[in-house]
Design a protein around this ligand. Structure first.
Ligand code: PMP
Length: 441
């Protein structure tokens, strides 16, 4: 039956579809960290909707919350009108933000994707500052609309879509394993911060005062690359001193994924704008920006969209936030992430193809390299995308779905549901190791 579904969809769906090419299964049933295909085969889901499924598939509290909306005959569609379901969600959301931010925060609901919320964040910053340039980072990913594509590093999709917004400046992200300066290693983040500061102060840099800086605390699609805490604090200082709004893209890192409710909390910084999506909707589409009230200078209707009021998603989001807080799911994610990293780092000693192991919480990247290639000045080996692809295939054949990403397509990305147990993690690692060794042979 699997084959039949795949064949039908291959025939009718567009060439732009991507995941089904590498993960050829028709998912018929899902629960927790598992999915079952149409032939009844079970898979561990370490892709989890690209980090969306914080509580895994169909968590009872999420299902119950949605059932309640229906049983209570709440409206399902409301544009952005006021409802009790929304009020409850906003209260829970504000309660989940650090108090220093929440007390000055405003929220704007956006079209239901992360990309639309990033668009809103850019529009808000441009409106509030009256400026237009955006500072962004090499290897960053912010979406697939025109503006979000323009501020994302990946050139592949851009090549065929000309005429993106022009005033974008790419800055070096502190990617220690592949230092953008060639030789930095552990010093990468300090060099990056120094470089960025001098660039902004150099009257000959060609950069007009920008409307915003946008960054991911851990680059997701870019290869699960965590920014050092000190660097994040430097970015906050540098932007604050120059009155540049700092937008933190928490679309993938938010809602417990990195071991804190929001990843910026690791650095103890207060952003100007935070973009939240994916896990906030408890697996349904929901996206929003939360920002400092000082920026609240846009006009009614400045960011509209028909689907900003998904009541089921809000109820699912409320249930998700409550569950995470009540059961300290972020702490659990941090502990599980540490275990995972420790194991992977041990393997690194005897599997030469593991170039780097990194991450924060349950957002972990394993960068596959070619150890027979020439080392760079900062000690990294060439990326090995073919090996990464073949590990993904071996994993899939053994019942594990895992994402491959990174700038060179050479990073195995662990994004399991945050509720993964120690035993499940152990089982996942057994499959991953077997697959890795099979692919390396
Ligand atoms: N920002 C980040 C950091 C993301 O990871 C993503 C999605 N992978 C987006 C923005 C875009 O979100 P969406 O796909 O919902 O538009």
């Amino acid at each position: 039956r699997n084959e039949e579904y795949l064949e039908q969809q291959e025939k009718r769906e567009s060439s732009a579809r991507s995941y089904p090419r590498r993960l050829p299964l028709a998912i018929e049933k899902a629960e927790g960290i598992y999915v079952w295909d149409a032939d009844g085969r079970r898979y561990y889901d370490c892709l989890a909707g690209a980090g969306t499924l914080a509580l895994g598939h169909n968590h009872p509290v999420v299902i119950e919350a949605m059932e309640k909306v229906i049983a209570d005959q709440r409206p399902l569609h409301t544009l952005d009108l006021t409802t009790p379901v929304k009020e409850e969600f906003v209260t829970e959301l504000f309660d989940s933000l650090p108090a220093s931010f929440a007390q000055r925060a405003k929220v704007q609901f956006c079209g239901p994707t992360g990309g639309d919320a990033i668009e809103a964040a850019i529009k808000l910053a441009k409106t509030a500052t009256g400026r237009q340039g955006i500072l962004t980072f090499q290897g960053g990913y912010h979406g697939a609309t025109h503006a979000t594509m323009a501020i994302s590093g990946n050139l592949g999709p851009k090549e065929h879509v000309r005429g993106l917004i022009p005033d974008v400046h790419f800055l070096p992200y502190p990617y220690q394993y592949r230092c953008p300066f060639g030789f930095g290693g552990e010093q990468t983040h300090l060099i990056s911060a120094h470089y960025i500061e001098q660039l902004l102060d150099d009257p000959e840099s060609g950069i007009l005062p920008p409307a915003a800086m946008i960054l991911e605390v851990v680059q997701g699609e870019g290869g699960s690359i965590p920014a050092p805490i000190e660097w994040l604090q430097e970015m906050r200082r540098i932007t604050k001193e120059r009155n540049i709004p700092l937008i933190i893209d928490e679309v993938q890192t938010g809602v417990g994924r990195t071991g804190k409710m929001f990843a910026f909390e690791h650095a103890g910084i207060v952003p100007d704008i935070v973009v939240i999506s994916k896990a906030i909707g408890g697996s349904l589409p929901l996206a929003l920006v939360v920002y400092d009230e000082a920026l609240d200078q846009w006009q009614p209707g400045a960011h509209i969209g028909t689907f900003r009021g998904n009541q089921l998603a809000m109820a699912a989001g409320t249930a998700t936030l409550r569950y995470i807080k009540k059961h300290q799911v972020s702490d659990h994610a941090a502990a599980m992430g540490e275990k995972l990293m420790l194991t992977l780092k041990e393997w690194q000693h005897f599997i030469k193809e593991i170039g780097d192991v990194r991450g924060r919480g349950l957002m972990i990247g394993v960068e596959m390299v070619d150890p027979t290639g020439a080392r760079s000045k900062s000690g990294s080996y060439p990326a090995h995308p073919l090996l990464a692809k073949s590990i993904q295939r071996e994993c899939f054949n053994r019942g594990l779905m895992i994402e491959v990403g990174g700038r060179h397509g050479s990073v195995m990305r662990f994004l399991p549901p945050l509720i993964v147990t120690e035993q499940q993690l152990h089982d996942i690692m057994v499959i991953f190791k077997e697959s890795l060794l099979a692919a390396v042979e």
